[in-house]
Design a protein around this ligand. Structure first.
Ligand code: ADP
Length: 370
């Protein structure tokens, strides 16, 4: 590949805010993305992800704060002068041009030499595995191939940053997984700083080096997938990155002997060893006790309880068989706990109404006060 690997840039947002009329869509965003990083902007629909991406591309303007590429403020620089490549969700290929001409377009516009164009377009098509498709029109390609053309067309101009808006959402599930791997390979090959928008946590977790979780235009947390999954800073991140049980209640003071008393709504007082938890115990007050469904053990009421776990009587409310595991919704007092249990042939899925016990390991519990 002869595309330049060295021009990858950093991106920094400092206290960036953007409003449409009275609606604040991005609120005080501060974020640094390092050269060569594969970075995801993750959040539910309407959280401001695309607005932030378009802001970086230059299609939106922020009212407050600074946006820097390699330390240079790019506020006011028009999109075409930013040297930032963006792949749109719709791919936006020209239907009347063949693959080669679609990919060559940006280079022709930049008046590059015929030789350079031939070399670069050839290399870009090679990179995305479409060297044999140069003469086809976009309409004669599958969705995945069209996306590869859109990628080739964008990286061929050797941008400093690559922006991808929901790059996989138009593809069916199998192709999505395959393109996920291909995107990663392409990104690594080029070493290109890449920022992609997605509402799909699995996509962000499997692809990105680090991600930023957005909600309501506010940056909630930034980090690698494992960091966000294991150490969410608030209820939103705990519930959005993976699935979480969030039992609401109040943390009471840590009692003598290092035991935390948590008064769980609908359940009652629970006692856990403060030193053995996954995170620090917040001061007394409202909090959620957070733990993952796959960390909950299910047992028959009469079975010998493994020591060290918090055991609570429960009743199966519903069960979903998902193949590898079954997801149970369980009634515990007036609260609901979700438990994922690995499935083995010959083990029946428990019926609604079955009395059971749930075992929660304190080492996997974290209290969240936000
Ligand atoms: P996401 O990409 O996370 O789905 P968007 O960035 O597209 O979210 O939108 C964030 C919010 O900004 C939404 O509430 C949306 O309705 C609003 N919004 C986006 N574009 C405009 C616009 N051009 N004018 C007014 N409101 C907009």
């Amino acid at each position: 590949m002869t595309l330049n690997k060295m021009n990858s840039a950093s991106l920094e947002a400092r206290h960036v805010s953007l409003s449409y009329g009275a609606t604040e869509v991005l609120r005080d965003i501060t974020l640094k993305i390092e050269p060569g990083e594969f970075f995801a902007l993750l959040g539910p629909s309407g959280s401001g992800k695309s607005t932030l991406l378009r802001l970086i591309a230059g299609f939106n303007q922020h009212q407050r704060g600074e946006l820097l590429v390699d330390g240079q403020d790019i506020t006011g620089v028009p999109p075409h002068a930013r040297n930032i490549g963006m792949v749109f969700q719709s791919y936006a290929l020209w239907p009347h041009m063949n693959v080669w001409d679609n990919v060559a377009f940006g280079l022709v516009e930049r008046r590059e030499s015929r030789d350079a164009i031939r070399r670069k377009v050839g290399a870009a098509l090679e990179l995305v595995g479409l060297a044999d498709y140069a003469k086809r029109r976009p309409g004669q390609l599958s969705g995945g191939q069209q996306q590869r053309v859109a990628l080739a067309r964008t990286v061929v101009i050797e941008p400093k940053l690559l922006l991808l808006d929901e790059p996989l959402s138009n593809l069916d599930k199998n192709l999505r997984v395959q393109m996920r791997d291909e995107l990663k390979r392409l990104q690594r090959t080029l070493g290109l700083t890449t920022i992609f928008v997605t509402h799909d946590q699995e996509e962000a977790m499997t692809t990105a080096d680090r991600m930023a979780v957005l909600d309501g235009g506010v940056l909630q947390q930034v980090g690698p997938a494992t960091g966000l999954f294991d150490e969410p800073v608030n209820r939103f991140v705990a519930g959005f990155v993976g699935t979480a049980n969030l039992l609401e209640g109040r943390v009471q003071a840590v009692e003598a002997g290092g035991t935390v008393r948590f008064d769980a709504q609908g359940i009652g007082p629970l006692h856990l060893p403060a030193a053995g938890l996954a995170g620090p115990v917040p001061g007394p007050g409202a909090a959620a006790m957070a733990f993952r469904p796959h960390h909950v053990l299910l047992q028959a009421r009469g079975a010998a309880a493994e020591p060290g776990r918090l055991w609570l009587d429960a009743t199966v409310e519903s069960a979903e068989f998902l193949g590898e595991f079954s997801r149970y919704r369980l009634r515990v007092g007036e609260a609901t706990v979700v438990a994922d249990q690995p499935h083995y042939a010959g083990h029946p899925v428990l019926a609604t109404g079955t009395p059971v016990r749930v075992g929660i390991a304190p080492a996997q519990v974290r209290f969240l006060s936000h």
